[in-house]
Design a protein around this ligand. Structure first.
Ligand code: FCX
Length: 435
C-alpha cells in the first residue's frame, strides 16, 4: 500500500489542474457585495479563503472532506478493541479526502512515534519556564523553537525550487504533529507534577502515547476519549482564528513550526480555544456559589449574573454556527455512554436546558447554542485531568492536524502571500460621501 506522502504525490498534479480549471472558468465571478459592516464586524461571512480539509455549515456543523462527525466515527479505523476513531485516520482524510485502511493508519502511528523526540534545547526552554507561565505560552514557545530544525526553512535557504516546497512542508508537518505529545506532556508534568516523563512507545497509537505522557495511559476510557477529542478538534474550516493565523503566517513561507506557533497564540484567547478552560472555571464558580444539585432557578440567576456583569457565557455562541455544535453532541454521547452519573456532566446538561433561552431573551447573541468548549472540560476532569489551565493545550495538539494539512496543500498549490486591502474610517467616509 502507499504511504501518505506517496498518495499525496499522486493527488497533487490532478489538484493543480483542477484549481487551474476552476480559475479559468470562474475566476472573474463575484460572490456578491461586501458591506462596510463586514469590515468593522470582524469580516463575518466574508468569502476570503480556500480551505480544503473541512467546511462548516451553520446548521449542520463541521464536515471533514464532506463527512460528518458521525460518518467519521463509523468510517475511520478505530484502535483494536476500541470504538472511537483514530485521529491518524482523520489526518489522512483531511489531506487526501480518502478513508485510510487500518494498515495505513497504523503506519502513521509508527511514523509519528519514531519522530516524537524533541531536541534538548527545547526541553530546556520548557523546563526554564516558571510554573506560573500559562501552559499555552509555554506551548507556543516550544513549537516556535522547533523551527531550529525545519526541513522547509533549510531547503529554502538552499534555494530549492517552488515545486519541491510541499515535500519539505510535509516533513515538517509530520515532525510537528509527532512532537506535540512530548511538548504537551513535558509542560503538564513540569507545571502540575514532578517533571518526570515516560518514554514514547513505538507500538502505541498517537492518543495512547499522549495519554501515557500525561499519566493516564492505563485508563483505556481516557485514551478513547483522547482519540475522539483530537479527532473532533482537528479542523473547523479556515476562517477561525487559529486556522486562519496558521495559513496567513504560512503564506509568508514561514515554516510550519512558525506558522503553527502563531496559531497557538490565537487559540490561547478566551473567545477561541481558551473557552474550554473558562467553561470549567465558570462551572466551578457556579458550584461554589449555588452548591451542587442546584435548582433550575438558582442556575438561571447565576447565568443572568454573568451576563449582567458584562461577561460572556463561555462555551455558548459561535461566529458561524447557528445550532448546537455537533462536536458538543459527540462529547455528550461519549458522556452518556461512559459517565452518565457524573454530577458535573449533569450540570452541563442542566445548563443546556437553561442557557439558550436566557441568551435569546438577552437578545444579543446570534447563536444561543453550545459550542465544542461547553463540554470538553467536564470529560477531562472526570478522568482526573483537573488542571483546566491545560485544557487549551489539548485543543492545540488537535488543531495542528487541520492547520498542517492546509499548509501542505497551500505549498503544493503555490498559494500566494496573503495581503487583503485595509481602509481607514476616513477613507470609507470619503468613498461613500454622496452615495
Ligand atoms: N454570552 C454572552 N454574550 C454573547 C455570547 C455568549 N456566549 N455570545 C455572543 N454574545 C454577544 C457578543 O458578545 C456580542 O455582544 P456585543 O454586541 O456587546 O459585542 C453579541 O452577542 C453579538 O455576538 P455574535 O455575533 O452572536 O457573536 P460573535 O460572532 O461576535 O462571537 C463568539 C462569537 C464565539 C466569540 C461569542 O459567541 C462568544 O463570546 N462566546 C463565548 C466564548 C466561547 O465560547 N468561545 C468559543 C468559541 C468556539 F467554539 C471556539 O473557538 O473554541
Amino acid at each position: 500500500h502507499l504511504t501518505l506522502k506517496e498518495r499525496l504525490a499522486e493527488l497533487i498534479p490532478t489538484e493543480i489542474e483542477k484549481v487551474k480549471a476552476i480559475r479559468a472558468e470562474h475566476g472573474k465571478k463575484a460572490f456578491g457585495p461586501v458591506t462596510v459592516d463586514q469590515l468593522y464586524g470582524g469580516m463575518r461571512g466574508l468569502p476570503a479563503l480556500i480551505w480544503d480539509g473541512s467546511v462548516l455549515d451553520p446548521e449542520d456543523g463541521i464536515r471533514f472532506r464532506g463527512k460528518s462527525i458521525d460518518e467519521c466515527k463509523s468510517l475511520l479505523p478505530a484502535a483494536p478493541g476500541g470504538s472511537e476513531p483514530l485521529p491518524e485516520g482523520l489526518f489522512w482524510l483531511l489531506l487526501t479526502g480518502e478513508i485510510p485502511s487500518k494498515e495505513q493508519v497504523a503506519e502513521l502511528s509508527r511514523d509519528w512515534a519514531a519522530r516524537a523526540e524533541i531536541p534538548d534545547f527545547v526541553k530546556e526552554i520548557i523546563d526554564r519556564c516558571p510554573p506560573t507561565l500559562h501552559p499555552m505560552s509555554q506551548f507556543s514557545m516550544a513549537v516556535t523553537a522547533l523551527n531550529h530544525d525545519s526541513a522547509f526553512a533549510k531547503a529554502y535557504q538552499d534555494g530549492v525550487s517552488k515545486k519541491e516546497y510541499w515535500g519539505y512542508t510535509f516533513e515538517d508537518s509530520m515532525d510537528l504533529i509527532a512532537k506535540l505529545p512530548n511538548i504537551a506532556g513535558r509542560i503538564y508534568r513540569n507545571v502540575f507534577g514532578d517533571g518526570k516523563l515516560p518514554a514514547i512507545d513505538n507500538s502505541k497509537d498517537y492518543s495512547a502515547n499522549l495519554a501515557t505522557l500525561l499519566g493516564f495511559g492505563d485508563n483505556e476510557a481516557f485514551v478513547e476519549l483522547l482519540r475522539l477529542y483530537i479527532t473532533i478538534h482537528t479542523d473547523h474550516e479556515g476562517g477561525n482564528v487559529s486556522a486562519h493565523t496558521g495559513k496567513l503566517v504560512g503564506s509568508a513561507l514561514s515554516d510550519p513550526f512558525l506558522a503553527f506557533g502563531a496559531s497557538l497564540n490565537g487559540l490561547a484567547g478566551p473567545l477561541h480555544g481558551l473557552a474550554n478552560q473558562e467553561v470549567l472555571l465558570w462551572l466551578r464558580k457556579m458550584q461554589s456559589q449555588i452548591g451542587e444539585n442546584a435548582t433550575d432557578d438558582a442556575v438561571k440567576s447565576y447565568v443572568w449574573s454573568t451576563l449582567k456583569g458584562g461577561q460572556v457565557v463561555p462555551g455558548y455562541g459561535h461566529a458561524v454556527l447557528r445550532k448546537t455544535d455537533p462536536r458538543y453532541t459527540a462529547q455528550r454521547e461519549f458522556a452518556l455512554k461512559n459517565l452518565p452519573n457524573d454530577p458535573l456532566f449533569k450540570l452541563v446538561g442542566q445548563i443546556y436546558d437553561i442557557v439558550p433561552s436566557i441568551l435569546l431573551e438577552a437578545g444579543k447573541a446570534k447563536n444561543p447554542w453550545p459550542n465544542v468548549d461547553a463540554h470538553s472540560g467536564v470529560l477531562l476532569t472526570h478522568y482526573g485531568l483537573h488542571q483546566m489551565q491545560f485544557y487549551t493545550v489539548l485543543f492545540g495538539v488537535s488543531r495542528a492536524f487541520g492547520v498542517a494539512a492546509q499548509l501542505i496543500w497551500d505549498r503544493a498549490l503555490g498559494a500566494p502571500l496573503e495581503r487583503p486591502k485595509s481602509y481607514s474610517s476616513e477613507a470609507i467616509q470619503k468613498m461613500f460621501k454622496d452615495k
